[in-house]
Design a protein around this ligand. Sequence first.
Ligand SMILES: [Zn+2]
Length: 461
Amino acid sequence: MADPVQRTVIENCAIATVDAQDTEYTTGHVVVAGELIESVGAGPAPRGLEQVARRVDGSGHLATPGLVNTHHHFYQWLTRGLAQDSNLFQWLTALYPTWARIDEPMVYAAARGSLGMMARGGVTTAFDHHYVFPRGAGDLLGAEVRAAREMGVRFTAARGSMDRGASQGGLPPDFAVETTEGALLATEEAVDRYHDASFGSMLHIAVAPCSPFSVSTELLSQGALLARRKGVRLHTHGSETVEEERFCHELFGMGPTDYFESTGWLGEDVWMAHCVHMNDSDIAAFGRTGTGVAHCPSSNARLAAGIARVPDMLAGGVPVGLGVDGTASNESGELHTELRNALLVNRLGGHKESALDVRQALRLGTYGGAQVLGRSREIGSLEAGKLADLVLWKLDGIGHSTIEDPVAALVLGAAAPVTLSLVSGRPVVEGGRLTTADEGEIARSARDEARRLARIAADAG
Ligand SMILES: [Zn+2]
């Protein structure tokens, strides 16, 4: 006979469920049974529960759904703090030669750094878009999958690709790109090997050619067909900068969104990073087709890309999640600080102080992310029957104790400490520390691999 399901009971905390009604409790409870949320509500947990393995006193805390990241490049953990004052194309051109030297141990160390940093800040579902596959570098996607499994974080790995080198009018140097056929074959193999579509899956694969200026039209079109044949999602960068917009007009005679539409890249199984330079008809096309957006406010500011029109996207029915983006353009590598940055950056846009409120910001980082990753039935809100991916934020310390509204404390205040973070009911953070990995070891091995990469790149250059 199977073991009876063990329960974790969390009580005495404020709760922001981020359900469809934005239900909140000033003092409430969450009961976790196995990997699922069994109940959420006001006051103490129901009496008489059996098989309670653990009781957590959540006094002074806010419980929210775990954060969902929708855009990242783990390997960039090894190239942070470089090209500090560049726009996107200058920054890419400066970094491509170094990135083209990565190998499997480097990507593994970088993935552990990226995942560890996010997990200790309340991310329960991670995402990575990996698109640099130097010949002979080893199993780079496999290294990321291993790192996520070991850390116990839910994961979508996007098998990225680049096949438009400089000789084909693209931005990356020829030595950094794959062949079209090679990229498609490896992407299909990744889906077949790793994608688990079941409820509660810990691993999804997405098809993710990198961007219009690094990918052939053929790879975009064939990638869309491949993803739909396999029933997996599509991801890429879109409308990030004015330079990209100009590139699309010069090469394709149309803007990025029209170009994506012409290659089969609008649809409810697609989400794109950035989407900064979108006009009204672009936003309407995303809304009409259900195409999602990964909003990356810090990266967009770091590379002076501009301000995505998130309030207009939300008003137009576009699913929007938040993204850290690669840590070469957002060195902090955290998602909980993006709640605040999304709110602040959007208030600098056209809608001013009514652009986003704190609850909308929290929704972007939780339910919005789940929508964008195609997982809103499973995660993204605290509701009975969903997976127990949740975070207990400590809000009674020096950084937050004078802010009465706990959601405002979380979004507007300092980066809040995570007392407990659960993924499918299993702790990945306790008392602000990773339970599944040694942070000191992660920091050391990432530093060693970063220095090895810098040495190899310098020797090659
Ligand atoms: Zn990116």
